[in-house]
Design a binder for this molecule. Structure first.
Ligand code: NAD
Length: 519
């Protein structure tokens, strides 16, 4: 077992000098079997290397699954309230290290410091919430149809669980998966996105320090194709929980289907805020600004479309454009900065590629549209917050996930048309309605096709105590967070106890005799 000091040595590169970090397998920090590494960079300044990490392949994944399998019997028999106590400790450690982790997050993936603190806070909330589940893990007891017979269903862990995560919520998303998996008695093999390997390592350090036994949490860093897919392919991994793009989710879910393995996918989104003619426009502008440009638009719930009633379109769009132009871009560690860099160069180019697509499609560029390259921005991945007006619902920029600081404004003539346009993409994660009319608000709650609906609030801002996830191509029917997260990581076992002392036949003793035979 690694000591606290040894463990922390893996987290802290000395300023200006990038350290090499390792995988965590069976209670030990170990190098990738190949000895190869990859680097993680600061997107505000690509010259700043955050660290080097193990470039893991199938053999490393095998070692991690070996360890998780070995640790499983003892862990699943550990009483859930004790498993939960370790999660509470993790919550406490996250609180004490919140600022340090948040600052590392800004440096590694670029979101501004306030949002980075929020990301860590989400994990703290999830730790305490899931620790509470350790004293619930509710089953069911129901009456039997036969006398002197007891009927109940209990939850059991699934086994070894593979957790594969993206870079945009580098602490929160892993916590949504790992914490419920652990409290339910599963062991975990965790592979984060390569862009945020350092944040993931800090989370693993916290779990090590909290005292989870060797093999219960294993950590392997590396790319999706070799390391991620090896987790999916290993038959001993009984469930996969992945958050990422719809394309990757489809690939992983397809393979899990063939392997008859449980898989929960949280994937892309093309979320919309609807602004009706009776909306409070300033409130809606506040919401759209935050929804579209928070985390530089790199949230699965980002408001990448705003659907506005024609009577208020000009007023809304003038105000939103003015507010957007006033946003300050820069390094997220500067407390005055509103929008940080995007995560890496290829994301930057992909976002700007969509700006070009929007122009070609005939949308009107209202503000932004450029990659910034001068002065402080020279070595970073900065894209101006961008708004397109006069966008038609079927344009690519209104249909495809851009995952950057770009939003599109679409005009509609009625409430019904707003709902139709909002529902008119392949995705269904988060939709929002701004209206003062209570009937319309309830109609929107009923008719919007998404896993999350907001009324008079933007598409972002989920809290951990309610189910999180989407419909259509955003997911495959599972939900994270809330008590529903436990469903992802448990199997139901139905149990009947017959204490009648005789053979009783369900359906037959009660209903198997015809009325004629009874007479
Ligand atoms: P991504 O799909 O590129 O990668 C996600 C994770 O999957 C990474 O760890 C990656 O290494 C791994 N991976 C890639 N290919 C794999 C494969 N073949 N087998 C196994 N693992 C593989 O996504 P990203 O760029 O890291 O994140 C952005 C995407 O995540 C966006 O589409 C966003 O909408 C989505 N997202 C969704 C939610 C949600 O809850 N719905 C939340 C956050 C992000």
């Amino acid at each position: 077992m690694t000591t606290k000091t040894e463990s922390r040595e893996h987290a802290h590169g000395k300023t200006g000098m990038a350290q090499t970090h390792m995988n965590y397998i069976d209670g030990r920090w170990v190098k990738a079997k190949s000895g190869e590494t990859f680097a993680s960079y600061n997107p505000a300044n690509l010259k700043d290397v955050i660290g080097h990490f193990a470039l893991s392949g199938p053999e490393d994944v095998k070692a991690a699954v070996d360890a998780a399998e070995k640790a499983l019997p003892a862990w699943r028999r550990t009483p859930a309230p004790f498993r939960a106590e370790l999660l509470s400790k993790a919550g406490h450690l996250l609180e004490t290290r919140k600022e340090e982790i948040a600052r590392t997050m800004v440096r590694e993936m670029g979101k501004v410091i306030k949002e980075a603190r929020g990301d860590v806070q989400e994990a703290i909330d999830m730790a305490y919430f899931m620790a509470g589940e350790g004293r619930r893990l509710m089953g069911q007891t129901v009456p039997s149809e036969l006398p002197n017979k007891f009927a109940m269903a209990i939850r059991q862990p699934i086994g070894v669980v593979g957790v594969i995560t993206p870079w945009n919520f580098p602490i929160a998303i892993p916590s949504w998966k790992i914490f419920p998996a652990l409290v339910a008695g599963n062991t975990v093999v965790f592979k984060p996105a390569t862009d945020t390997a350092m944040c993931a390592l800090l989370l693993v350090e916290v779990l090590v320090e909290a005292g989870f036994p060797p093999g219960v949490v294993n950590f392997v860093t590396g790319g999706g194709g070799k390391c991620g897919m090896a987790i999916v392919e290993d038959p001993r991994v009984r469930a996969i929980s992945i958050t990422g793009s719809t394309e990757v989710g489809r690939q992983v879910a397809g393979r899990c289907g063939e392997l008859m393995k449980r898989v929960s996918c949280e994937l892309g989104g093309k979320n919309a805020i609807c602004v009706m003619e009776d909306a409070e426009i300033d409130l809606a502008v506040d919401g759209a600004l935050w929804g579209a440009f928070g985390t530089a638009g790199q949230r699965c719930t980002a408001a990448s479309r705003v659907i506005i009633h024609k009577d208020r379109y000009k007023e809304f769009s003038d105000k939103l454009v003015a507010r957007t132009r006033a946003l300050k871009l820069g390094n997220g560690l500067d407390a005055d900065v509103d929008v940080g860099p995007v995560v890496n160069k290829s994301q930057l180019e992909s976002i700007n590629g969509y700006v070009e697509i929007g122009k070609k499609e005939g949308a009107k560029l209202l503000c932004g549209g450029n990659i910034l390259t001068d002065g402080d921005f020279a070595h970073g991945c900065f894209h101006e917050p961008t708004i397109f007006g006069d966008v038609k619902p079927n344009m690519r920029i209104a249909q495809e996930e851009i995952f950057g600081p770009v939003t599109v404004l679409i005009q509609v003539s009625s409430f019904e048309e707003a709902i139709e346009v909002a529902n008119g993409t392949q995705y269904g994660l988060s939709l929002s309605m701004y209206t003062q009319d209570v009937n319309r608000a309830f109609m929107a709650m009923q008719e919007l096709e998404s896993g999350i609906v907001y009324i008079n609030a933007p598409t972002i801002g989920a809290e951990i105590q309610l189910p999180f996830g989407g419909v259509k191509q955003t997911g495959n029917g599972h939900r994270e967070a809330g008590t529903t997260a436990i469903d992802q990581f448990t199997e139901w076992k139905a149990i009947y106890v017959d204490y009648s002392g005789r053979l009783q036949k369900a359906q037959i003793d009660t209903h198997g005799v015809s009325p004629a035979e009874k007479e």
